[in-house]
Design a protein around this ligand. Sequence first.
Ligand SMILES: *Cc1c(COP(=O)(O)O)cnc(C)c1O
Length: 375
Amino acid sequence: MARIHLSPPDVGDLEREALLRAFDSGWVAPVGPELDGFERDVAALTGWSGAVAMSSGTAALHLALLVSGVRPGDDVFVSSFTFVATANAVVYCGAEPVFIDSETTSWNMDPALLGEALDDAKRRGKLPAAVVVVDLYGQCADYEAIVPMCRELGIPVVEDAAEALGATHYGRPAGTLGDVGLFSFNGNKIITTSGGGMLVTPHDEVAERVRHLATQARMPAPHYEHEEVGYNYRLSNLLAALGRAQLARLPAMIERRIEINDRYRELLAGVDGLEFMPIAPWSGWNGWLTCVTFDTGGRRDRAMAALAAADVESRPAWKPMHLQPVFEHHRMWTGGVGDDVFARTLCLPSSSALPDSDVERVAHALISGVHAPSD
Ligand SMILES: *Cc1c(COP(=O)(O)O)cnc(C)c1O
C-alpha cells in the first residue's frame, strides 16, 4: 500500500496543460499574461483590487511588513501559534517579534492577551509597528475583536492567511480582514503553484509599491536605475498558469476537504476523549487540515506511532513560537492555550486528492493505536 501523506498537492491534467500552454507561449519569466491573469483572479476572489504574485508566502509577508512601515528596532506583535515563517519575516525587517498566545474558540490570537500586551506597550511608550494575525489551519481569527483595538491606536494589521485561501469571517474573504493580507501556494497548501504566494491590498498604490520592491526596486530607465534596495520576489509566469488552473478548482477542493473532515468525524465518533479542532461562530472554514485533540499527549503520541506503522503521515500541531529555541528570549503573552493544544493535537491527512478508502485506512489505524493497551 502506498504511503499516505499529510497534504500533498492535488494536481492533474488541467494543471499540466495550463503549465505547458504557458511554456509554449514563450513567457518563461517572472513576467507575462498568466502572472497578470493570476493576480486578477485573486483580486476577483477577495474583492481587493491590489494583488501581487510572489515567489513565496514568506516573501509576501516580508513585503507586507515593509509596506506597513515596520523598520529595524520596531516591535511587531505576532500570533505565537503558527508556522515559523510568520516570525522569521519580522526578523528579516530587523524588528522584534513579541508573541501573543491563542484563545480556545479558534486557536488563533487571543484578543484579551493582545489587549494586555497593547496596554503594556502604551505604558512603556512603545507601540508595535504592526500586529500580524494568523488564520491557523484555514480558520480566521477573531477580527471583530482584534481589528478595532489596533485601529484605535493606528496600528496596521497584517493578515497571514497563508493557510486560509477561500475561508471567510462572517462571509468576508480571508486575506481582507486586516489592512494587508497574504496567501501561500506552497506544495502543502490548499492550492499550490509548487512554491509561491500573493500579497493582497485594497490600495492600488500599495500594490504598485510592492511590485516595485519585489523586482529589485528597478526604476523605469534603460540602464536600470536604483534608488533603494529591493528584492527578487516575483512569481514565474509558468507557475502563475499552474496557480490559475488550481484557483478555478478552489471551491471543489474546499468542498472535498470538508467532506474528508465529515468522514473522519463519522469514523472516529466512537473514540473516547477525541475532539476535533473547534470551529468558531464567525468562521467559514476552508477545511485545510483536519486536526484532532486527544485527552492526553500520551494517547496522541500512540496514535501518531500507530499511523506511522501503517505508513500514514501525521503531525503534531505547529510548535508555538514562544516554545521554539530560536525565539526563547523574546517577550511573550501566554495563557497556556498554545502549549496545551501543541501537546495533545494531531493533524491528519487532509488533501483534496485523498480517496475515501485512504481516509478509512487512516481512521482505522488511528483507532487501533488508541485502543491498544498502553505500556
Ligand atoms: C506556509 C505558511 C507560511 C509561509 O508560506 P511559504 O509560501 O511556505 O513561504 C507563512 N505562514 C503560515 C501560517 C504558513 O502556514
